[in-house]
Write a protein that binds this ligand. Structure first.
Ligand code: UD1
Ligand code: CA
Length: 458
């Protein structure tokens, strides 16, 4: 079925006290409104009408519709939620189920929306409305029902009388109705209320007066309908969501040493028997295969950690591939396009960029390896540096299988160290080294007997 969605995202969000349009603030590393768009996609909606106003240029720039075709409707003046919907009407298909969502209510699940659409289909001339029971309903629109428990209207906090303020069933703002009906009702809105706004919520009373039934559905989780108005609320919802993601992983058999000190900003896929220590951050697409261990304070971004590998504390891995039975860190930095093949090892204070480490190769201490291709079972000694950049161009270093690079070696790229070659400690390698050779560039050691150190002037 052709479901259309309207997402209201024009508000300034003045309570955020921020220059950034509210809906572009990130939750779990993704703009609020993008969460809503992604849920619309998962629902299988075909079209999304995004009502933008404040910072609309930036919103258009940052949003990724994916499979969804997005039409933008500009609302230059924010005259209320009903007015915002009105801006989207011209582009709306006729006689189509239409779902209205809010750009600042990010965590609504596609499953919950599907339930609402199903409810709508049973009564396609009426309205399916998402409501919720709150202990403290302050600030929300209240659902007004008649003696037969039928919904007859919504009254906003600012317009509610004392008795209505006691109602705990609130309007989440999310609803589904037919686009023809919506056009008719929106056409009849006025701004005769406490805020002098065109309230979308007034269509409920209109529908009831038209003799149409308003059916209600509730979300499975409260966080799904929580809206963001302040940075504090944003941080609270962030924690709620991270805890939810942590719970899902633990239920799937992942050990989290502290689920409260754990953040996913993207998608994390874990095998079985994975252990993750505290202050872990996953960004983008991260895969951790079975039996792998992640130490404290590790950041993984767009990478794969192979089975039974270990990333030790305080390491950062970005756009890289780590094979099985590898270890990296503590304090390792693997920059984009690093590939550690199986059984390789990188130790503390080693930085690697755009390089491959072959199987069984080790770089244990204090090194920079850039633009390099290192074969199997190579030993890269402490303090080895590839000099890959002349200030203008980058050059490649090739180290063949079984080579031994002594400590404090500089490899001036482009350069190749042949298979099985040995580089003596402290060597500056500026020419290719033949397989099996020893290369050493150390100056002969001098010794001056009975050396008197300079003394300070009194
Ligand atoms: C609205 C509902 C209220 C409900 C609450 C749920 C109305 C009149 N009230 O109140 O019943 O309980 O949501 O969170 O609908 N927006 C625009 N253009 C505008 C006004 C708003 O795009 O002219 C957008 C905002 O950016 C926001 C959303 O609509 O994403 C909701 O607006 P907001 O002013 O926050 O509505 P509430 O007063 O919270
Ligand atoms: Ca308001």
């Amino acid at each position: 079925m052709d479901i259309q969605t309207i997402i209201l995202a024009a508000g300034k969000g003045s309570r955020m006290k921020s220059e950034l349009p509210k809906v572009l603030h990130c939750l779990a590393g993704k703009p609020l409104v993008q969460h809503v768009i992604d849920s619309c996609q998962s629902l299988g909606a075909t079209h999304c009408h995004l009502v933008v106003g404040h910072g609309s240029e930036l919103v258009r720039e940052k949003i990724d519709g994916g499979k969804l075709s997005i039409t933008y409707a500009e609302q230059t003046e924010q005259l209320g939620t009903g007015h915002a919907v009105k801006m989207a009407l011209p582009a709306l298909s006729d006689n189509a189920p239409t779902l209205i969502l809010y750009g600042d209510v990010p965590l609504i699940h596609a499953d919950t929306l599907a339930q609402l659409v199903k409810l709508y289909e049973e009564n396609p001339q009426g309205i399916a409305l998402m409501t919720c029971d709150f202990n403290d309903p302050t600030g929300y629109g209240r659902i007004v029902r008649d003696e037969n428990n039928q919904v007859t209207g919504i009254v906003e906090q600012k317009d509610a009388n004392d008795q209505q303020k006691l109602i705990t069933e609130i309007n989440t703002g999310i609803l589904c109705c037919n686009s023809d009906q919506l056009k008719k009702w929106i056409g009849q809105l006025n701004n005769d209320n406490a805020q002098q706004e065109y309230y979308l919520t007034d269509i409920i009373e209109m529908a009831a007066k038209d003799g149409q039934r308003i059916d209600t559905a509730q979300p499975v989780n409260l966080y799904e309908i929580e809206g963001i108005n302040t940075l504090r609320q944003l941080s609270e919802l962030e924690r709620t969501w991270q805890r939810e993601l942590a719970n899902q992983l633990m239920e799937a058999g992942v050990t989290l040493l502290d689920p409260n000190r754990f953040d996913i900003r993207g998608k994390l896929t874990c095998g079985t028997a994975v252990t993750i220590d505290i202050n872990f951050i996953a960004e983008g697409n991260v895969t951790i295969e079975k039996g792998a261990k992640i130490g404290a304070n590790v950041i993984l971004k767009n990478c794969t950690v192979g089975a039974n590998s270990e990333i030790k504390p305080n390491s950062i891995v970005e756009d890289s591939m780590i094979g099985t039975n590898c270890s990296a860190g503590p304090f390792a930095r693997l920059r984009p396009l690093t590939e550690m093949q199986n059984n390789s090892h990188v130790g503390n204070f080693v930085e690697i960029k755009k390089s491959t480490l072959g199987e069984g190769t080790k770089a244990g201490h204090l090194s920079y390896i850039g633009d390099s291709e290192i074969g199997q079972n190579v030993n890269v000694g402490a303090g080895t540096i590839t000099c890959n950049y002349d200030g203008a161009n980058k050059f490649k270093t090739i180290i063949e299988d079984d080579a031994f690079i002594g400590s404090d070696t500089q490899l001036i790229a482009p350069v190749t160290v042949g298979k099985g070659a040995t580089i003596g400690a402290g060597t500056t390698v500026s020419n290719d080294v033949q397989p099996g050779a020893l290369c050493i560039s150390r100056v002969k050691q001098k010794q001056i007997e009975d050396w008197a150190r300079p003394t300070k002037n009194k």
